[in-house]
Design a protein around this ligand. Sequence first.
Ligand SMILES: Cc1cc2nc3c(=O)[nH]c(=O)nc-3n(C[C@H](O)[C@H](O)[C@H](O)COP(=O)(O)OP(=O)(O)OC[C@H]3O[C@@H](n4cnc5c(N)ncnc54)[C@H](O)[C@@H]3O)c2cc1C
Length: 376
Amino acid sequence: MDMLNDPALTAFRDEVRAFLTAHLPDHIREAATRATSVFIDPAVSLPWQHILHERGWAAPDWPAEYGGPGWSEIQRYIFAAECAHAGAPNLAPMGLKMVAPVIMHYGSAEQRAHYLPRILSGADYWCQGFSEPGAGSDLAALQLRAVPDGPDYILNGSKIWTTHAHFANRMFALVRTSNDGKPQAGISFLLLDMGLPGITVEPIRTLAGDHEFNQVFFDDVRVPQANRLGGENEGWSVAKHLLTFERGGKYAPGLIGRLGRLRARGNLDPMLRAQLDREAVTLTALQALELKAMRGVGGGAALYASALKILGTETAQRIDTMACEIAGHAGWADADGQTPAELAVAVPRYLNDRAATIYAGSNEIQRDLIARAMLG
Ligand SMILES: Cc1cc2nc3c(=O)[nH]c(=O)nc-3n(C[C@H](O)[C@H](O)[C@H](O)COP(=O)(O)OP(=O)(O)OC[C@H]3O[C@@H](n4cnc5c(N)ncnc54)[C@H](O)[C@@H]3O)c2cc1C
């Protein structure tokens, strides 16, 4: 990373690099490079999380009091960039990056003490139960009903597009606890165990043929009210807080790594090379914006999150298209008969990445949020 002109940061980068060289196993790096999705299977991501956890680096964004390394924003960015450059797999975001910050913010002392160490170590694997068949962009229309019964709620309904529900032992879910007033005012946020009687997980295949997400059915599922995060009917605020973490983040480091591997290839069509060069400029701008957002420059975390989501996902899709073109030009294999991983997965990754402009709230909705905030 060429933004370093501080010897302490250079030393930090070298420390991270040395750690990655020594501890990132080849089979994990190889599996990550061949992954067709940003959601890496836990068989690959969890062993890497265990290695990072042992070093105290599994959750770079967490405050030190909960087990984070206590790094500055720029150190966290350097760490992400070095991991991407080394080909390390993404860790599952649902626990570490999505539900953990809201447990820190809204959870009781007992909830924080119970869940956070299990998220950090990878003992719990989470999925996100927000969308329903009739509630996606219009999330507040959700209908999964939670009716109080003694100390519990009884849940009936279903969640859909639930990424990695077939791996997860925990779900954080938005449920309807009231139909009075505005739809947003009758939603609660629950933390639940996926092994509870009455929960069924049905696979959904994607366009790319992957089994990545599911529909999850709830049939008289009993969940303790003590598993609610925040007050009853106050789940919408928790969800909005969480969505900032889901949408924001660091797209540039991984994309810079991918683009670099494509640009390093010889014999590229000059038009294609010019397009790749243009994306390199776009990524420099995206990186600057991500750093600005991390430092909180200009405020408006939710708006930054929306803008970064649009820029990151749309740039990724353009890079996917170019990877397919290069794979076509190169006839897949190099002169030595080997097919580089980047090209071998170009088409399935292209197909899988069509979803990137839809999940975490579609890009049309993000543009709408920005327009409403900026233009009124
Ligand atoms: C790969 C993948 C993984 C996902 N994982 C999860 C998960 O783990 N948990 C979870 O809860 N959800 C998950 N989702 C669901 C995701 O959040 C929704 O797909 C998304 O919010 C869009 O909702 P929808 O699919 O119901 O589309 P709809 O809301 O029906 O929208 C259809 C189209 O209409 C457009 N549209 C809708 N309203 C407007 C408007 N007001 N203005 C302009 N355009 C509009 C949308 O942009 C979209 O193009 C996942 C989705 C995908 C694709």
